[in-house]
Ligand binder design. Structure first.
Ligand SMILES: Nc1ncnc2c1ncn2[C@@H]1O[C@H](COP(=O)(O)OP(=O)(O)OP(=O)(O)O)[C@@H](O)[C@H]1O
Ligand SMILES: [Mg+2]
Length: 159
């Protein structure tokens, strides 16, 4: 699914719409967030974490690598792999301990092979003053969700 996000509020709105079509229990799911520096990955992750019921701040995990949130539908792990360069470092980070949660991963391309086990991929690209978003399902359990999201988004674009 491709769409144009004219500003940061549109990026956040897309996250809220995705939340609305995700299953109640997203434990074990992985969403990859790709895009250049400043493309809006953290903006999207922050809005999704808020839409999932978190009230407080959502600091960037650039230095901590992982920020956990205990939320009703899952423990959400907001992960930034910008400073990670291979799977050895990922093991050191305790990657397998995060498998029970919903993983939101910025810079997934730092660790080849992550896409094979992920459910969703959002790619954000600079376009004019806003961003192009390309949201894809990588797993069969995620495929149906995007068709719902597409229908909903088309309706909203016609408003
Ligand atoms: N659709 C959009 N149009 C214009 N600006 C946007 C859009 N979405 C987000 N932004 C803005 O882009 C800036 C950078 O966003 P953000 O920190 O989310 O990027 P990031 O991809 O996480 O960067 P990094 O690679 O450094 O982690 C913020 O100022 C944010 O408000
Ligand atoms: Mg970021």
């Amino acid at each position: 699914m491709k769409l144009y996000l004219p500003d940061a509020a549109a990026t956040s709105a897309l996250a809220a719409r995705l939340r609305a079509v995700l299953p109640d229990d997203v434990a074990g799911w992985t969403l990859l967030l790709k895009g250049e520096l400043g493309a809006g990955k953290s903006t999207f992750a922050r809005a999704l974490i808020h839409a999932m019921g978190h009230d407080g701040a959502v600091p960037s995990p650039t230095y901590t690598l992982v920020e956990p949130y205990q939320l009703p539908s899952a423990t959400v792990y907001h992960i930034d792999l910008y400073r990670v360069s291979d799977d050895e470092e990922l093991r050191f980070l305790g990657w397998t301990d995060l498998e029970d949660g919903f993983r939101l991963v910025e810079w997934p391309e730092r660790v080849p092979g992550l896409a094979e086990t992920a459910d969703l991929l959002l790619h954000l690209d600079y376009a004019d003053h806003g961003r192009h978003a390309n949201l894809r399902a990588l797993s069969s359990r995620a495929a149906g969700l995007l068709s719902h999201l597409g229908e909903q988004t088309d309706t909203q674009l016609q408003d």
